[in-house]
Design a protein around this ligand. Structure first.
Ligand code: SAH
Ligand code: AVI
Length: 322
């Protein structure tokens, strides 16, 4: 599945992945505002917690995108065309993808995800649901150049990027990512991107501070993952989940707040925390339709179609290579 040289004791991560994780953690915890990249949330436990988030009543994103995809699937499939190569970044459970696969019947489906465990499970399930479908999974990090064998054939190339995962990139990173994708799909290619819309901050606040504490567990799992994989000694009970909408920047910010002055070791490195000091773990940018189209246009994509739900919570953009 793309990577094979596994490191001992970490079934879901290879030696290069582990080295990159260590480097990001040491660098991120050395910053004046401590920060960790959100892609590291997704070990096996993190992926399972994210799947629970998707089913929470407060987390409207998954439900809304699924429903809007279902109700517009004929038009979406017309836009994507039939029989092409379908590549999905951050495929996770490949849940919404089932609708797309059924409607567009791609010649091959290429799911890419950093979470090898989630990818393996999703591929096994998809294989059972679509026994004739050719599936070519790749475990890897989409923020780095990926070797995508089989994506360069004559068939039309379509990239699917649902879930508003693009919101976890800064607008500059999103633009660079779209520009790279524009190069991959070629002049006849297309992209379908799910983007969470700007809305009442109270709804956003509830979605990232759910009553059952699943989002808190997802956030805190990052510390547990550091303990498991990098010989860390974080006490997760001495940190709390904090998420708020930063209106001027148009993003939800997630942090882990140190509940006391403390020191933490990660391997041979020691990090000091003041009481109330935070680790910034995630941004989740929200865009208006026009704002996102402007980002796409800067990257060589024309916003050709957009589908939204009736309440204006979520958008699915159909982008064409210009
Ligand atoms: N597409 C799914 C899952 C979204 S969650 C949905 O719409 O519900 C984000 C997914 O992207 C996770 O499965 C995570 O493992 C993956 N991911 C996050 N950052 C990544 C990166 N840099 N490279 C590859 N996959 C990444
Ligand atoms: C994957 N991503 C789009 C989710 C989001 O909403 O930003 C991750 C998440 N973080 C907290 N809850 C869900």
């Amino acid at each position: 599945m793309g990577r094979d040289h596994r490191s001992r004791g970490n079934p879901g991560i290879d030696a290069a992945g582990l080295a990159a994780f260590r480097q990001d953690v040491i660098a991120g915890l050395s910053l004046p505002q401590k920060a960790l990249p959100p892609k590291h949330f997704y070990d096996a436990a993190g992926s399972r917690l994210f799947e629970r988030i998707c089913r929470l009543p407060e987390y409207y994103l998954t439900r809304t995108e699924l429903a809007l995809t279902r109700s517009h699937i004929a038009a979406i499939a017309r836009f994507a065309g039939s029989g092409g190569v379908l590549l999905e970044y951050g495929s996770g459970e490949s849940l919404k993808t089932r609708l797309l696969i059924r409607a567009m019947r791609p010649s091959v489906y290429m799911p890419v995800d950093i979470s090898e465990d989630a990818l393996r499970l999703a591929v096994a399930k998809l294989g059972r649901a679509f026994p004739r479908l050719r599936i070519a999974p790749l475990a890897g990090d989409f923020s780095r150049p990926l070797d995508l064998p089989g994506f360069r054939g004559p068939d039309r190339r379509v990239v699917y990027f649902p879930g508003s995962t693009i919101g976890n990139l800064s607008p500059q990173e999103a633009q660079a990512f779209l520009r790279m994708t524009r190069g991959q799909v070629g002049p006849r290619g297309a992209m379908l991107v799910g983007v969470d819309l700007k809305k009442d901050a109270r709804l956003l606040h509830a979605a990232y501070n759910d009553a059952r504490g699943v989002t808190a567990a997802f956030n805190l799992n990052l510390l547990r993952r550091i303990n498991r994989e990098l010989r860390g000694d974080f006490n997760p009970k001495r940190f709390s989940h904090y998420a708020f909408y930063n209106a001027p920047l148009g993003r939800i910010e997630m942090h882990l707040v140190s509940r006391a002055a403390q020191s933490v070791n990660v391997g041979d490195h020691r990090f000091a925390f003041e009481r109330g000091e935070t680790i910034h773990t995630e941004n989740s940018y929200k865009y208006s339709v026009e704002e996102f189209r402007a980002v796409a246009a800067e990257s060589g994509f024309r916003g050709a179609k957009v589908w939204t739900d009736r309440r204006g919570l979520f958008s699915l953009h159909g982008l064409l290579a210009d």
